[in-house]
Design a protein around this ligand. Structure first.
Ligand SMILES: NC(=O)c1ccc[n+]([C@@H]2O[C@H](COP(=O)([O-])OP(=O)(O)OC[C@H]3O[C@@H](n4cnc5c(N)ncnc54)[C@H](OP(=O)(O)O)[C@@H]3O)[C@@H](O)[C@H]2O)c1
Length: 250
């Protein structure tokens, strides 16, 4: 039995390393996956491959910094599927650098894309999920929320805020059958992580750190699919680390 049979899943950041892996795993578990991101060509390529593999996938260009774009995308989803079962947020912009060099614009771009982007998609789907009496949301935050790195402070602050946002909302939404969980990946082998590594080495003057515990996008995808599924029906408001033990905090 597939874990996500016939579920309608809206996935933002679907053209990223982790997003693409989540799309693949969710499709393989029988879901209808709506893939969202800004760059149409990237989305179309990933979606076309999923469709040619026999899966149910649909590319929907969406900018999470633009409330109207989110509203229009969600209207299209409801027109096409008449419901929404799950939402996964996996967007980010790579804004790494020394604290003294990062501009207000960079900080605002990170907060806009990650924290406010996640907030906006949730605010858009939650009335429908409440009316349905069911729904599952997974937001990808990050280890930096609990163990910040000096070169990734805007992202770390956005991640910490997402952990708080999800916990507060999960408590409020549990009465309506809607679950909200957060996944906190540690280092994940990806273009984004390589950029963070080389930037940190450039700022600290130290060698690029080698992580024994670096995971893969598929590790995050497996945890996401499980949290969305009924196997996790009694789990909400949790922050699940997917980090091979890399987070040195409780
Ligand atoms: N990779 C890691 O090691 C790691 C570790 C911890 C946490 N995380 C978190 O995991 C999530 C995914 O990471 P990743 O490595 O897959 O990142 P990624 O490869 O850089 O992908 C980022 C995704 O976000 C999309 N995006 C950016 N701005 C957007 C906007 N305004 N509207 C819509 N989509 C937008 C991008 O699409 P376009 O390119 O089309 O804009 C892309 O699909 C992020 O939240 C990241 O912070 C990653």
């Amino acid at each position: 039995m597939n874990l996500l049979n016939d579920r309608v899943i809206w996935l933002t950041g679907a053209s990223g390393a982790i997003g693409a892996a989540i799309a693949q795993r969710a499709c393989a578990e029988g879901a209808h996956v709506i893939l969202s991101g800004r760059t149409i060509e990237k989305l179309d390529t990933i979606t076309a491959k999923l469709i040619s593999d026999g899966y149910s996938a649909y590319a929907l260009h969406t900018d999470v910094c633009d409330q109207q774009s989110i509203k229009t995308a969600f209207e299209k989803i409801l027109n096409r599927y008449q419901r929404i079962d799950c939402l996964v947020n996996s967007t980010s912009v790579s804004a790494f650098g020394s604290f003294l060099d990062l501009s207000d614009e960079t900080w605002l771009e990170v907060i806009e894309t990650k924290l406010l982007g996640y907030m906006r998609t949730m605010r858009t789907v939650l009335p429908q999920m409440k009316a349905q009496g069911s729904g599952a949301i997974v937001n990808i935050s990050g280890r930096s929320a609990r163990q910040p790195t000096t070169t990734h402070l805007p992202g770390a602050c956005a991640n910490a805020a997402i952990n708080v946002l999800d916990k507060g909302l999960a408590d409020a939404m549990s009465d309506y059958g809607v679950r909200i969980n957060t996944i906190s990946p540690g280092p994940i082998v990806s273009e984004r992580f390589e950029k963070l590594q080389s930037m940190t080495a450039g700022v600290t003057g130290q060698k690029v750190q080698q992580f024994k515990q670096a995971g893969t996008p598929e590790d995050v995808a497996n945890a996401t699919v499980w949290l969305l599924s009924d196997q996790a029906k009694h789990i909400t408001g949790t922050v699940m680390a997917v980090d091979g033990g890399a987070t040195a905090t409780v």
